[in-house]
Design a protein around this ligand. Structure first.
Ligand code: AMP
Length: 399
């Protein structure tokens, strides 16, 4: 009997689901519920190259969509396929200090994930909703649910990188430190670099830019992450779709004390109303600003600030690995697709050994593409695949 893994990635406005053969990496079913809680919510899925769609014509909640995905898609249309599912892998954004690797989910794990809601307030509660639904609906798989954490990849960060310069008790007692995120994607990319360069992961030095709705950049030395741009929560670091990234913390005091804005609203502003959206004033979708880059000042500056900030991180990380990396990698929706974002970022790095081949950079590709192969440093654009990592980790754990 074939053994498949159901992978679930519950996000703030979407639920991605897939059935994967973890050994041969074949994807038999993949789908996504998107624009959840908005008027245009939709569920699309793909089984053996056939596309399906469900549109309720009014908004769908996470709860409604999860029920539809489980009962109407996984069980109804695909019973034969679903019979071979032996485990379920869930993406969980933040595992705090307790989870250094993936774990089988039990009630204790659920309690701990709840405890860490404040570390990923947009993501962890939704991740848990998916876990609870699956355990309830698929009773036979109840003990075969695995949590794969985005933070595990960063659990080996050195102290000089994860400790903040604030009174020690905040770390000792309250575990306030840098946790990072996007670790599942970094894992996939690292393995990919190892395959491309035919080099053992433990020998790889690289800087990986995961640029999507949420964006972060990490520097890897001898296969281990030594620094990353996200911090205590996914709010810090690079500018993102709607998140501010790094700002002076005093701005928060000023907004609260002088402008009388509540802490709850400031949280909402920095998480949901900032970033690219605040700079172009229209859309958090990078494509919106990319399309208007040459014709609109607002959009041009949005792209420039995004890339300039990224270039600052890359250049400082480059020095951390003594200017020796196997590759600079761009991934995530923006990183792997936007030739403009790559071009402008590299423009800011021109004083270093980073050069871009304009033609190679614009080339469409399926899996990965060398943006520059002949200069001192290889620059690559790679499509990430977090689902494969989750499926493999889950399968390994339950086997
Ligand atoms: P992700 O969170 O990785 O799914 O990435 C979402 C982001 O990728 C959004 O800001 C999209 O606008 C951006 N994106 C997706 N496709 C493209 C593309 N072809 N060119 C530029 N940006 C893209």
């Amino acid at each position: 009997m074939k053994k498949f893994v159901l992978v679930l990635n519950c996000g703030s406005s979407s639920i991605k689901f897939s059935i994967i053969d973890p050994i041969y990496e074949n994807i038999y079913l993949s789908g996504q519920a998107s624009s959840l809680n908005l008027k245009n919510s939709i569920i699309v899925w793909n089984i053996e190259n056939k596309k399906y769609l469900f549109n309720k014509k009014k908004f769908m909640s996470h709860n409604y969509s999860m029920n539809y995905i489980c009962k109407k898609i996984l069980l109804k249309y695909n019973f034969e396929l679903f019979k071979n599912v032996v485990a379920v892998g869930h993406r969980v954004v933040n595992g705090g200090i307790d989870f250094k690797k993936s774990v089988l989910i039990n009630t204790l794990v659920i309690e701990k994930i709840k405890k860490f809601f404040y570390l990923a307030p947009i993501h962890n509660p939704i991740n848990l909703l998916g876990i609870i639904k699956i355990r309830k609906i698929f009773k036979k798989l109840r003990k075969k649910n695995v949590a794969v954490f985005d933070t595990s990849f960063h659990s080996g960060l050195p102290k000089k990188s994860y400790l903040y310069a604030i009174p020690k008790k905040f770390y000792n007692k309250y575990h306030i430190r840098k946790y990072g995120a996007h670790g599942i994607s970094y894992c996939y990319i690292l393995k990919k670099i190892s395959d491309i360069f035919n080099k053992n992961i433990s020998k790889i030095n690289t800087i990986i830019c995961h640029l999507g709705n949420g964006s972060s950049v990490s520097v890897i030395k001898n296969g281990m992450c030594v620094d990353t741009s996200m911090g205590f929560t996914p709010l810090s670091g690079l500018i993102m779709g709607t998140r501010s990234g790094d700002i002076d913390p005093s701005i928060i005091f000023y907004m609260h004390e002088k402008l009388n804005i509540s802490i709850k609203e400031i949280k909402n502003i920095l998480n949901n109303k900032s970033g690219i959206l605040s700079l172009n004033t229209k859309s958090s979708d990078f494509r919106y600003s990319e399309k208007r880059y040459y014709v609109s000042k607002k959009n041009k500056i949005a792209v420039e600030i995004f890339c300039y900030n990224l270039a600052k991180y890359i250049s400082s990380y480059f020095f951390l690995v003594k200017n020796k990396i196997d590759a600079l990698v761009f991934t995530g929706g923006i990183g792997s697709n936007s030739s403009l974002a790559r071009e402008i970022t590299i423009k800011y790095l021109n004083n270093f050994d980073f050069f871009i081949d304009i033609n190679k950079n614009k080339k469409k590709y399926l899996d990965f593409n060398f943006v520059n192969k002949n200069g001192t440093i290889s620059i690559l654009a790679i499509h990430t695949n977090e689902e494969i990592v989750i499926a493999k980790d889950t399968f390994n754990l339950i086997s």
